[in-house]
Write a protein that binds this ligand. Structure first.
Ligand code: GLA
Length: 338
């Protein structure tokens, strides 16, 4: 057998066995390019894009499951779990869903019927192979004083589109754990809105089982205290939590430099300290958190290379572009020893 660069490197998912699953977002390219790394360190995968509405259901009479099927087969062959992402979202959803065929808006009834049919088809297809679904993604507003963001889902179907989505998903697979997923989840003002939304769903008897904390974070923000508060607040609803899209940008949000081709002096060390504090916290709350998914696996591919600053290379994950462990990997492994 050829020597592998994974030889002798402890497996991340084994280190957290008994605490939570360790996941990565993948796409058709990384599923091949990062195959060995994924199989070694991760026991859960999420489709970065391939299970979104526009990818699975581009036209009313057309479903395209090829890439999503490949991903679930990859996971099954290796005994990995799959997190489903995402059924109802204001982005990456084709226009036909919201239109009536004459260029006008669909009625509430038509939109809900389409939602039901989409959810039923997709969730039933992957029944038994997906352990948790992000049923509704990012419905809460970032604006002060506004609970739900304006969207075609909300504006056409009404605010109960959220409850309906969970009900349809539960009907299609009563075993799947159903999640509400959002970003800026640890910012106190938004945290309270997410809390209020999920609390009200629960009180109405809606089958929602967990809250997904996207966790697109950076070297400083949010503070560990704010993350702790968010975990405690959400867990107080009796919900299971999953960290669904973790990455730690080496830049602060307003750093617009696009000229770095390698991390600056000290950046990776600061990132390692940050990851260590974050994972200590996750481990402390392991009774409430059942999976931690990174939004990517290694720095050769990250959506942060283009967001929020176009063309700014970033190094947000635990493995470098050659799939070697970074200082962040070793600092995360270190905490499993104490
Ligand atoms: C959000 C979505 C993800 C992904 C990221 C950016 O967090 O939930 O699916 O699109 O934005 O890549």
């Amino acid at each position: 057998m050829v020597n592998s660069k994974m030889d002798g490197v402890p497996k991340l998912h084994e280190a957290f066995k008994g605490h939570f699953k360790i996941g990565a977002a993948v796409n058709p390219r990384t599923l091949t390019a990062q195959r060995e790394l994924l199989a070694h360190h991760f026991n859960s995968v999420t489709a970065e894009n391939e299970m979104k509405f526009e990818r699975l259901h581009p036209a009313e009479a057309q479903y395209t499951f090829e890439h999503a099927d490949r991903l679930t087969a990859f996971a099954k062959d290796r005994g990995m779990g799959v997190r489903g992402h995402t059924l109802v979202w204001h982005n990456q959803t084709p226009d036909w869903v919201f239109e009536n065929g004459d260029g006008g808006a669909a009625s509430r009834q038509t939109l809900l019927a389409r939602m039901k049919s989409h959810i039923n088809t997709v969730v039933s297809r992957y029944k038994g192979s997906i352990y948790a679904w992000d049923v509704v993604n990012e419905a809460v507003s970032d604006k002060n004083g506004e609970l739900l963001r304006p969207s075609k889902w909300r504006d056409i179907a009404g605010e109960d589109f959220i409850a309906k989505a969970f009900e349809y998903a539960h009907e299609a697979d009563p075993e799947a754990r159903l999640y509400y997923n959002d970003y800026n989840e640890s910012v106190p003002e938004k945290r309270e809105k997410i809390y209020a939304l999920v609390k009200s769903l629960k009180e109405q008897g809606v089958p929602v089982h967990g809250i997904g904390l996207q966790a697109h974070w950076n070297l400083e923000r949010p503070s560990v205290d704010d993350i702790r508060e968010a975990i405690e607040r959400y867990a107080s609803l009796g919900m299971t939590l999953q960290i669904t899209e973790l990455d730690v940008s080496v830049f602060l949000h307003d750093d617009r430099r696009t000229d770095l081709t390698a991390p600056e002096e000290g950046m990776l060390e600061r990132q390692a300290e940050r990851y260590e504090r974050i994972f200590r916290l996750f481990k402390e709350y392991a009774a409430n958190i059942d999976s931690v998914t990174f939004w990517g696996a290694a720095d050769d591919y990250t959506w942060l290379d283009n967001f929020p600053v176009r063309g700014r290379k970033n190094w947000p994950l635990l493995f470098d572009a050659e799939h070697n462990p970074k200082p962040s990997f070793w600092s995360v492994m270190e905490i499993t020893r104490s």
